[in-house]
Write a protein that binds this ligand. Structure first.
Ligand SMILES: *[C@@H]1O[C@H](CO)[C@@H](O)[C@H](O)[C@H]1NC(C)=O
Ligand SMILES: *[C@@H]1O[C@H](CO)[C@@H](O)[C@H](O)[C@H]1NC(C)=O
Ligand SMILES: *[C@@H]1O[C@H](CO)[C@@H](O)[C@H](O)[C@H]1NC(C)=O
Ligand SMILES: *[C@@H]1O[C@H](CO)[C@@H](O)[C@H](O)[C@H]1NC(C)=O
Ligand SMILES: *[C@@H]1O[C@H](CO)[C@@H](O)[C@H](O)[C@H]1NC(C)=O
Ligand SMILES: *[C@@H]1O[C@H](CO)[C@@H](O)[C@H](O)[C@H]1NC(C)=O
Ligand SMILES: *[C@@H]1O[C@H](CO)[C@@H](O)[C@H](O)[C@H]1NC(C)=O
Length: 514
């Protein structure tokens, strides 16, 4: 390549030189080969210059005592010669070439790409020796119009293979890619780079972060460089179902519904880490897709409801229940108690932004499951807290059950409101009976069982004791019914008499065998 063409052009130079100086070629053949090779006459090339610009070939011979210095181009095209008659420029180079008669420097102006090629200088010294040198000139087209183009208008994360192509005008271009100012380095697997007259960056299974950009491509050669305009590619994330529901349900899409009545598909494209969401609606017939302007919402996560951890006692404690999320923009906050919406009341106050709820004083109705639901258009989250309110015993009542005439047992039931359930103690005429269940049965009612029955309830957590008395008269005369005898008529008396008879008979027959 270079060496053989050097030799070739050097020989051409010699040929030209003979014509000019009338020196016998045999003379040169006798010279040591090193001198003829002329390696030191010119610096090593190639020399690059921009089209339309200038180039000066410098020599490394100082100001030699010469007979002639001859510049040729390509295969024997004469450019300029300096000799005792001064500098002569080939008419083809008139106005474009200047040669320095002292040192042999050749300047070419208004370069065109056809000027690219091998330039040769031959210097015939006054002692008859000749030194040759060759140098390559590359006239480069200006670097411009670097631009990145994508194979896809938009991409779906983890799903799309994005091929970015960077092209530019210019010669001998090399391309580099940067994301912002960080060089993009191919890993040969997911990210590959192919260089040619343009550069191709292939990203397989693109990530959102790959093209957050802006991405730049720089095309450069030894003299110039040109940076592309910033490139962005929207990498959408997988479709989110819950967001899609929102998209269909909320007012913004209704506008669109009006615009695109044949919309077949609409969805929110969202991912957990992205702050901005857009809604896309596509018209099935036209295939036209509209994308909403971005809405900034981050996905709600880490919802937690906190409430009091100590023992709560109705009428004595208060509770501050608060709801927080570790991430996400909260747009709506809903409080539910045992599944139904919770409204403020005189003893239930919400903080200004609804994030906490103060209940004071607590009543037994306040115990239950509190759910806080945080909502924004792209996500929602909820959490619950179960509040245990200890109360009672309250509203103790003793129910007397004597609706079983054939049995003659009387069942007393103690009804107590208490949490935790109260410990019950039954007393008769003030004496502990040993019954601790909620029912007390007066067996085979008789005179001796008449008296005052007491149900005493004790809540170990609240420390409260409450009791309720009831007087039971189990005398068979049904005195109670006749004590207000003034109203008794004959008919009533007969009925009562019959009743008494029945009761007596049954009592007698019953006690007989026992
Ligand atoms: C090239 O040389 C000409 C003449 O010497 C000069 O006027 C011009 O400015 C130069 N151009 C460049 C690009 O150096
Ligand atoms: C992901 O790619 C598969 C196969 O190319 C395609 O069927 C699917 O629709 C793509 N998913 C999305 C969200 O574009
Ligand atoms: C690229 O995206 C950034 C951030 O979203 C934006 O500011 C910029 O204008 C976009 N550039 C282009 C060329 O679209
Ligand atoms: C109720 O509150 C009062 C004062 O705040 C306190 O002295 C008392 O011990 C409390 N009672 C219970 C059962 O916690
Ligand atoms: C309730 O708790 C929240 C969170 O700890 C706190 O910000 C708020 O000030 C509390 N409210 C009251 C009334 O103590
Ligand atoms: C509500 O306000 C409290 C303090 O006033 C703040 O700590 C909390 O982050 C707010 N919550 C929301 C959802 O804005
Ligand atoms: C219980 O008290 C009542 C009234 O005070 C009384 O009539 C009755 O005889 C008492 N019963 C017993 C078993 O002491």
């Amino acid at each position: 390549g270079v060496r053989s063409s050097r030799q070739k052009y050097a020989n051409k130079g010699l040929t030209t030189l003979y014509k000019h100086s009338n020196i016998s070629p045999c003379f040169f053949l006798l010279l040591p080969s090193g001198v003829c090779a002329g390696q030191d006459v010119l610096p090593p090339g190639p020399v690059d210059a921009i089209a339309g610009g200038n180039v000066t070939f410098t020599t490394q011979v100082g100001t030699p005592d010469y007979i002639a210095m001859v510049w040729n181009f390509g295969s024997g095209q004469h450019v300029a010669t300096a000799s005792s008659q001064g500098v002569k420029v080939n008419t083809k180079y008139a106005g474009r070439a200047q040669m320095d008669s002292k040192n042999g420097y050749l300047t070419l102006t208004s370069l065109v790409s056809e000027d690219s090629g091998i330039y040769t200088i031959s210097i015939v010294l006054s002692d008859g020796t000749t030194n040759d040198g060759t140098i390559e000139l590359r006239v480069l087209k200006p670097v411009s119009d670097a631009i990145i183009k994508s194979n896809l208008p938009e991409a779906i994360e983890h799903n799309s293979t994005v091929v970015l192509n960077c092209s530019a005008k210019g010669s001998f271009l090399k391309f580099t890619w940067t994301n912002g100012t960080t060089p993009i380095v191919a890993d040969g697997k997911r990210l590959t780079l192919a260089q040619g007259t343009s550069s191709m960056l292939t990203i397989t299974d693109v990530f959102r972060t790959d093209l957050l950009g802006p991405i730049y491509c720089t095309a450069a050669n030894n003299l110039q460089m040109n940076k592309s305009p910033p490139f962005n590619l929207t990498v959408y994330c997988e479709y989110c179902t819950h967001s899609a529901e929102f998209c269909l349900a909320t007012p913004p899409i209704q506008e669109w519904t009006g615009l695109y009545p044949h919309r077949s598909r609409s969805s929110w494209l969202a991912c957990t880490a992205v702050e901005e969401y857009t809604c896309r609606a596509q018209n099935a017939k036209t295939q036209r897709t509209v994308t909403s302007s971005g809405v900034s919402f981050s996905v709600i996560s880490g919802v937690k409801v906190t409430g009091p951890t100590d023992i709560l006692i109705a009428g004595n404690s208060s509770a501050n229940i608060s709801c927080q999320a570790t991430a996400g923009t909260v747009q709506t906050m809903i409080w539910l108690k045992d599944g139904t919406a919770l409204a403020p009341s005189s003893h239930r106050v919400f903080s200004n932004n609804q994030s906490s709820l103060l209940i004071s004083p607590l009543s037994r109705e306040d115990g239950g499951e509190y759910t806080c639901q945080l909502i924004n258009p792209v996500s929602s989250g909820k959490a619950s807290y179960t509040m245990v309110v200890n109360y009672g015993p309250e509203a103790v009542k003793v129910k007397i059950d004597r609706d079983v005439p054939e049995k003659h047992d009387v069942t007393l039931t103690c009804l107590v409101l208490s949490f935790p359930p109260a410990a019950l103690t039954w007393k008769f005429n003030g004496t502990v009976t040993g019954t601790t269940t909620d029912k007390y049965v007066i067996k085979g009612a008789a005179d001796t069982k008449s008296g005052t029955y007491t149900c005493e309830a004790y809540n170990a957590v609240t420390g409260k004791t409450t009791s309720e008395n009831t007087t039971v008269s189990v005398k068979p005369e049904v005195d109670n019914g006749l004590s207000d005898g003034a109203i008794a008529g004959i008919v009533i008396a007969v009925i009562v008499a019959m009743c008494v008879a029945i009761v007596l008979c049954s009592l007698t027959s019953r006690s007989g065998p026992g």
